[in-house]
Design a protein around this ligand. Structure first.
Ligand SMILES: Nc1ncnc2c1ncn2[C@@H]1O[C@H](COP(=O)(O)OP(=O)(O)O)[C@@H](O)[C@H]1O
Ligand SMILES: [Mg+2]
Length: 247
C-alpha cells in the first residue's frame, strides 16, 4: 500500500517505554492505513502487548505520540474520548468475557455502558454480531458452556458491538486448534472486507499471519527491524527474520 497520508488511521511516532531500568520499547514508529491488516511478529516478552496497551491508553508511553485519525490520543477528552473508545476495539488475549452473565449480556455491555447510551433495544445489534461469528444460537448461553474457540468468537462479536474502525487483536488464535485458528483468521479477513476495518494483529501463528497480513513488521530489541509482505519477509536472508518463517 502506498504511503498516502490521508489513508493513515493510526500513527505511532517515536514511542519509548521503560519499566524501571528495563527498556521495552525504544523507538516504535508505525503507520496503519485504512483497510490494512498489519501483523506484529516478535519473540515472547519483547513488548508486543505493550504496544497495543499504549494505543488504547492502558499504558502511557514515556515519550512519543500516538494519533488516531489525526488526533493525539493523550490529549483526548469529552466527546473525542468517547469517539476514540468506539473507534478502537481491543480483543484481549483471553477473550475476557464476564463469566457470570450470558452471551447476550456480554454483548450488550459495551453499548449500554456508553455515556450517551439512549436506552434503545440492543437485541438487533447483538444478533447481527453473533451472526457475524456464526454463533447466533449461543445467545442465551453462559460463557462456561462455550469452548475456547467459541469464547474467542464471542469476544470478537463483543468488540464489534461498537462498530470500531480499528481493531487490535492480541494473539487471537493462541491456544486454539488448527481448525479453530483458521476460523478466527477467516473472521479477521471478513471484518476487513465487510466493514473496512483496519487492524493490528499480534500473532505467533504463521498460517494465520499468511492468511491475514497485508504487511508484517518484526519487533526486536524495542524496535521494528523489518517490514514487508509475508512473501518478502519469508524470502529474507536474515537469520532472525527467517526464523519466524521456518515453522
Ligand atoms: N506493568 C508492567 N510492569 C513491569 N514490566 C512489565 C509490565 N508489563 C510488561 N512488562 C514487561 O515488559 C516486557 C514486554 O511485555 P509484553 O508486551 O507483555 O510482551 P509480549 O511481546 O510477549 O506481548 C516483558 O518483559 C514484561 O515483563
Ligand atoms: Mg503479549
Amino acid at each position: 500500500m502506498t504511503e498516502n497520508k490521508d489513508n493513515i488511521v493510526l500513527k505511532i511516532t517515536g514511542v519509548h517505554k521503560a519499566f524501571g531500568k528495563k527498556v521495552v520499547l525504544e523507538n516504535i514508529n508505525l503507520n496503519l492505513h485504512k483497510n490494512e491488516t498489519v501483523v506484529i511478529l516478535g519473540r515472547s516478552g519483547t513488548g508486543k502487548s505493550i504496544i497495543l496497551k499504549c494505543i488504547v491508553g492502558l499504558i502511557t508511553p514515556d515519550s512519543g505520540s500516538i494519533e488516531v485519525n489525526g488526533k493525539n490520543t493523550s490529549e483526548l477528552s469529552g466527546e473525542d474520548l468517547n469517539h476514540f473508545r468506539r473507534e478502537v476495539g481491543f480483543l484481549f488475549q483471553s477473550g475476557a468475557l464476564y463469566d457470570s452473565i450470558s452471551v447476550r449480556e456480554n454483548l450488550e455491555f459495551p453499548v449500554v455502558r456508553q455515556n450517551n447510551y439512549d436506552g434503545h433495544d440492543v437485541t438487533p445489534e447483538v444478533k447481527e454480531q453473533l451472526q457475524n461469528v456464526s454463533l447466533l444460537d449461543s445467545i442465551d448461553k453462559m460463557p462456561s458452556e462455550l469452548s475456547g474457540g467459541m469464547r474467542k468468537r464471542i469476544g470478537l462479536a463483543r468488540t464489534l458491538m461498537l462498530k470500531p474502525n480499528i481493531i487490535l487483536y492480541d494473539e487471537p488464535t493462541t491456544g486454539l486448534d488448527t481448525f479453530t485458528s483458521k476460523e478466527i483468521s477467516t473472521l479477521i479477513v471478513k471484518m476487513k472486507e465487510k466493514y473496512g476495518v483496519s487492524s493490528i494483529v499480534i500473532t505467533h501463528d504463521m498460517p494465520c499471519a499468511k492468511m491475514i497480513a497485508d504487511r508484517i513488521v518484526i519487533l526486536k530489541d524495542g524496535k521494528f527491524i523489518a517490514q514487508g509482505t509475508y512473501t518478502e519477509l519469508s524470502n529474507s536472508q536474515d537469520e532472525f527474520i527467517s526464523s519466524f518463517f521456518s515453522y
